[in-house]
Ligand binder design. Structure first.
Ligand SMILES: Cc1cc2nc3c(=O)[nH]c(=O)nc-3n(C[C@H](O)[C@H](O)[C@H](O)COP(=O)(O)O)c2cc1C
Length: 201
């Protein structure tokens, strides 16, 4: 008989992620949707950085980035990633591990179009993570792409989304005296059913 109840209850882990994130939106002063995205490079050296989680779909998590960035190179070559969300205000953490694929179709176009004009032009202007001689170099590039595209920049071919299809989702909530509650949802393949276990803190 499971003792999974309260904030851990439910049959769909994506619903629980949505509920926790909705609560965090009221509590966190900034970026409740920030995730620490972990990848691994060609030498097996781990890498990590924050990105913003933009969509929670029925079976996937989506974020957007530059396809020439180190993270994109690492995501494309490994086809796998992990990420962590931590809400200090709620004292909760969610960890996700899974398979990754690009979202570079109409959905990425639509999301790109929803961004502010300056952010869209910035995406064109920035060779993300490449060395930059000065801030003025970047501002000159912004001016150049502004002159080129005006108010209607299309989505750059080197910019789009990634979809994380989880094989594992762990929910962690702070407990008194470090007796935290943890439940992990695991499935061996994307089309198999989830199995849930409680973990020791
Ligand atoms: C709160 C926060 C949110 C961020 N969101 C994004 C994002 O959604 N996409 C992105 O490409 N970079 C985002 N960044 C910047 C990345 O952390 C990182 O500096 C950049 O993507 C380059 O990463 P890479 O060199 O590992 O590819 C964010 C940074 C912070 C602190």
């Amino acid at each position: 008989m499971s003792d999974r109840k309260g904030i851990f209850a439910g049959d769909d882990p994506f619903e629980i992620v949505r509920d926790w994130l909705d609560q965090a939106r009221f509590e966190e002063p900034n970026d409740p949707d920030a995730i620490a995205l972990a990848t691994v490079d060609a030498d097996g050296l781990p890498n990590a950085r924050m990105v913003l989680l933009k969509e929670i779909e029925a079976d996937a998590f989506v974020f957007y980035t530059n396809y020439n960035s180190p993270k994109a190179v690492e995501l494309d070559s490994a086809g796998k990633a992990a990420f962590v969300m931590h809400w200090k205000s709620l004292r909760r953490q969610i960890k996700v591990r899974g398979l990754v694929s690009r979202e570079d179709g109409p959905q990425a176009d639509e999301y790109f179009a929803s961004r502010s004009l300056k952010s869209r032009l910035g995406a064109w202007a920035s060779m993300q993570s490449q060395p930059l001689p000065s801030r003025n170099t970047l501002l000159a590039e912004v001016a150049r792409v502004t002159a080129r595209f005006g108010a209607t920049p299309p989505r750059p071919p080197f910019w789009g989304g990634y979809r994380v299809l989880p094989l594992e989702i762990e929910f962690w909530a702070d407990g008194a005296f470090r007796l935290h509650d943890r439940f992990v949802w695991r499935r061996e393949k994307l089309d198999l059913a989830w199995k849930v276990s409680r973990l020791s803190p």
